[in-house]
Design a protein around this ligand. Structure first.
Ligand code: VG1
Ligand code: CO
Length: 543
């Protein structure tokens, strides 16, 4: 085998965001773009010689090309083996589990997650470390620094590896093991949940629809829900991954999974509806006539987790990202367990999970997961819901209402302003940031601001500090406005505005969310002037 050292020049824009490097496919297709980034990743790591690397992606357009490049660069850099999902496929939580189970050195996840795919869509590459989770900031910062200086990459001059068939292949001196992408994961799920109870529930006529959105969870959901748990054929829809996600946008929210939402609100609704995103780490949960916000879902899953065998002895603690509602905090308080507030992005949960300080984590962006892997896990959340439904023998709606009656309800919404002019968006945020010190104590429409700051996170495990993680404006009655810029968008800037208001156990739990939050929405506009400064009359997406 010949290992070639190929000279290259740096790209200035290879800074990993909230979850890896994401760009338009056309950007990734530039000569040396993938090569530079993958080599920068390897140059930032120590001690992988002879070790195993996991590689898999969500099957989006360009996955097949990028994966062959990654394999050749891994071979040239001295990895001993690569584990790759058949057809180059692995869901993000699936990849996390494969890394852990096979004690790999790390993994490359090729995905832009919930971003659209196809030739005009997005692509992404993320590096995960040996615990199965996204590389912490310390490593992503090193990768970025390296990418700005890179002068050469190593490339094995060997043929492409045949990824269609399970089995052992070689890429130069490196072994390439093509594995069933679903098997390890399905086995893990069976250890966590009461499959027998769920089987009985399906056999008794429980009806469900799972929308895989033409993305990676199709094969996983079909194998587990239909083939193992006995859900009727056709329970999983859009179950074959396609490079452009069937022309859709694989984000399981109320805009892009509207068909599912409409079905669940109709007279024909089955008992349970769920969906996942491009790379399988997000979840959408809708009961008949009842949408469950991700923040509520986190709280409900945490409160009911002991109903599943994998969590029968209770949970150690809960962590949520800062913009996620405080619904889970009330559960932690009642259980007398630790509660942590971290910046947005799953990489911040890794240390807490590794240290055993928390068992369940979640984000308002439809991400929930536990210590079983080090990524959020869409199908895991769906299966935990099914386990809870089977154990409690109640509807989703009843479970949600009982939860509110016990803990109170956190009315919650997120308003996204997509593809806003970057200069205007940054100026807006900088401006609010500058005014934060004056805001504390101010009164707006009868509500007094108790604190106003830019969230700084001190990691209690490794002592690292992450600053500028989002603007928080909290009111004396517990309401909250959060404002931050997205770190996953690829065009312009995406402004996210998060609003939250608490209603106690005996309060009103049946208000329309947007009306319940209207006073706060108005205050946010007064303080930040999003609509006036961006020229937008309304958010692009409301969840
Ligand atoms: C968004 C979400 C965040 C999530 C991230 C990755 O980030 O807000 O909670 O962890 O996407 O999710 P941002 O920076 O755009 O707000 V995924 O499913 O795209 O890997
Ligand atoms: Co995702």
């Amino acid at each position: 085998m010949t290992i070639r050292t190929i000279s290259t020049t740096p790209f200035a824009d290879q800074k990993p965001g909230t979850s890896g490097l994401r760009k338009r496919v056309t950007v990734f297709m530039q000569p040396n773009y993938v090569e530079n980034f993958v080599q920068s990743v390897f140059d930032s790591l120590d001690g992988f010689f002879g070790k195993t690397l996991v590689i898999g992606g969500d099957g989006r357009y360009f996955n097949d090309v990028a994966i062959q490049k990654a394999i050749k660069i891994a071979s040239a850099n001295g990895f001993g083996a690569v584990l790759v999902g058949q057809g180059g496929l692995l869901s993000t939580p699936g990849a996390s589990h494969v890394i852990r189970r096979h004690k790999a050195f790390g993994g490359l996840v090729l995905s832009a997650s919930h971003n659209p795919g196809g030739p005009d869509g997005d692509f992404g590459i993320k590096y995960n470390v040996g615990n199965g989770g996204p590389a912490p900031e310390r490593i992503t910062d090193t990768i970025y620094a390296r990418s700005k200086e890179i002068e050469r990459y190593l490339y094995a001059d060997v043929p492409d590896v045949e990824l269609a068939k399970i089995g052992t292949h070689h890429s130069g001196a490196m072994v390439v093991e093509v594995i069933d992408p679903v098997a390890d994961y399905a086995e893990l799920m069976e250890t966590l949940f009461d499959f027998e109870k769920i089987r009985v529930m399906f056999a008794a006529g429980f009806r469900m629809r799972f929308d895989a959105m033409h993305a990676i969870t199709g094969p996983y959901a079909t194998r587990i829900l239909e083939e193992t748990l006995g859900a009727p054929k056709g329970t999983v829809i859009n179950g074959v991954p396609s490079p452009d996600f069937g022309g859709g946008h694989p984000d399981p929210n109320l805009v892009y999974a509207k068909d599912l939402y409409d079905l669940m609100m109709s007279a024909e609704a089955p008992d349970f509806g769920a969906a996942s995103d491009g790379d399988g780490d997000r979840n959408l949960i809708i009961g008949r006539g009842r949408f469950v916000t991700p923040s509520d879902s986190l709280a409900i899953l945490a409160a009911n987790a002991p109903l599943a065998p994998g969590y029968a002895t209770g949970i150690a603690g809960i962590a949520r990202s800062m913009p996620t509602s405080a619904a889970a905090d009330r559960v932690a308080e009642k259980l007398g367990i630790e509660m942590h507030e971290t910046p947005t992005g799953w990489k911040f949960f890794g240390n807490l999970l590794d240290a055993g300080r928390v068992t369940i984590c979640g984000e308002e962006s439809a991400g929930t997961g536990s210590n079983h892997v080090r990524e959020k896990d869409g199908l895991w959340a769906v299966l935990l819901w099914l386990n809870i439904l089977a154990a409690r023998q109640q509807s989703v709606d009843q479970i949600v209402r009982e939860h509110w009656a016990t803990y109170g309800r956190n009315y919650y919404t997120r308003h996204d302003y997509d593809e806003v002019d970057s200069v205007a968006a940054n100026a807006l945020v900088d401006d609010v940031r500058r005014r934060l010190p004056e805001l504390t104590g101010e009164e707006f429409a009868g509500s007094r601001i108790a604190y106003a700051d830019d969230f700084t996170y001190h990691d209690p495990i490794d002592g690292s500090t992450s600053t500028k993680q989002g603007i928080r404006i909290g009111f004396t009655d517990g309401s909250r406005i959060v404002l931050r810029l997205s770190g996953t968008g690829t065009v312009g800037a995406t402004l996210r505005l998060y609003l939250e208001r608490y209603e106690p156990p005996h309060g009103r739990h049946d208000l329309d969310t947007q009306s319940a939050l209207q006073p706060l929405i108005d205050i946010a506009e007064t303080i930040a002037g999003i609509r006036t400064r961006t020229g937008r009359v309304a958010p692009s997406v409301i969840t």
